[in-house]
Design a protein. Structure first.
Length: 332
């Protein structure tokens, strides 16, 4: 069982006052809640509902004859139900408490004072002394066994609080005990996760152009070529615009060309792109044209006809794109 973190009852976290450790240790052995009777006695309908919810088909919980065949007087309640009989119910947990704060409220307030404003249950240990039968009327009282020294945990710095719940019947005889341990802690400061890098928009890949993007992943700039008339074409398509043939293969471009035209994009802005960014129509040496980004050059340095060479942008593990940069100046 786990509980969610909750804000301090004081609204803000405060430093504990002087003598805090002594006041906390003084709770050891103190009764938190006096013996409180269950709202209802042990009864068959609640046993049946519990067994159905848990999927427990043991007949000793619902069939008196089967229970007597095992040496019991009548049906019995599942042992783990002992806590359920004394639960106050939702309405009681949200209703204003009358009669002032009890020991439990005082302990929680003291832990809040130390900044231990969040809680998580860590373990529960039961000891069962006898089975419960319909008609038994259970009561429970709770006392503090220990409050640990401050510990550092993965959830934050806190203290383990161990309490002992004692369950008694209508005659005052103990039927079960429960050692209940919770961690009251200061939530560790949450570190804001680094924002995931924005991904470039995905290209529309289809059967006609899949070869182009597969080649790009291998850093190969492939151009579609008609298998009938050898005319190169880009963008890729299913049919040769010159002869109408549906047969094609590819050739690998050398990666040299020049700027045929270009634009400097300021809008729309996209987090995957620096702004402004250059988009050019590059005329390849092979005779086809390709739209790609220009890199390694300022917008005011780009000119029509400027020689460029192929480069590769590994945008993310799933996308590699061809880009172009200015060709190196030839030595005179």
């Amino acid at each position: 069982m786990t509980g969610q973190g909750k804000p301090s009852r004081r609204g803000v976290e405060e430093q504990p006052q002087e003598g805090y450790e002594e006041r906390l240790r003084a709770f050891t052995g103190r009764e938190l809640r006096a013996s409180t009777p269950a709202q209802d006695p042990v009864n068959q309908p609640m046993i049946r509902h519990w067994a159905e919810a848990m999927g427990d088909t043991n007949p000793v919980y619902t069939d008196a004859e089967a229970a007597r065949a095992t040496g019991r007087r009548t049906v019995v309640a599942p042992a783990s139900m002992v806590q359920a009989w004394t639960m106050r119910g939702y309405a009681a947990t949200v209703a204003p408490r009358t009669g002032g704060a009890d020991g439990f409220d005082e302990l929680v307030a003291l832990l809040d004072e130390g900044g231990y404003t969040s809680v998580v249950a860590t373990d529960s240990e039961f000891t069962f002394l006898r089975e419960l039968e319909p008609g038994d009327h259970i009561a429970v009282r709770e006392s503090v066994e220990s409050v640990s020294a401050e510990k550092r945990t993965g959830l934050g710095t806190g203290r383990f609080v161990t309490t002992l719940k004692t369950y008694t019947d209508q005659h005052g005889a103990t039927v079960a005990t429960q050692r209940w341990r919770t961690l009251r802690f200061r939530p560790a400061p949450a570190e804001a996760p680094a924002p995931a890098p924005a991904l470039r928009p995905r290209p529309a890949v289809n059967r006609d152009n899949a070869f182009f993007f597969e080649g790009a992943r291998q850093h190969r700039l492939l151009i579609q070529r008609c298998a009938a008339c050898s005319v190169l074409r880009h963008p890729p398509g299913p049919c040769c615009p010159e002869c109408g043939s549906l047969e094609w293969d590819t050739v690998e471009a050398a990666g040299h060309g020049h700027v045929y035209s270009f634009v400097v994009n300021h809008h729309p802005r996209h987090p995957a792109f620096g702004s402004p960014y250059l988009v050019a129509v590059v005329a390849l040496a092979e005779g086809t044209r390709l739209i790609a980004n220009l890199t390694g050059v300022a917008p005011d340095e780009v000119t029509i006809g400027m020689p460029v060479v192929l480069d590769w942008l590994d945008a993310d593990p799933d996308l590699t794109l061809p880009v172009f940069r200015p060709a190196p100046m030839e030595a005179p």
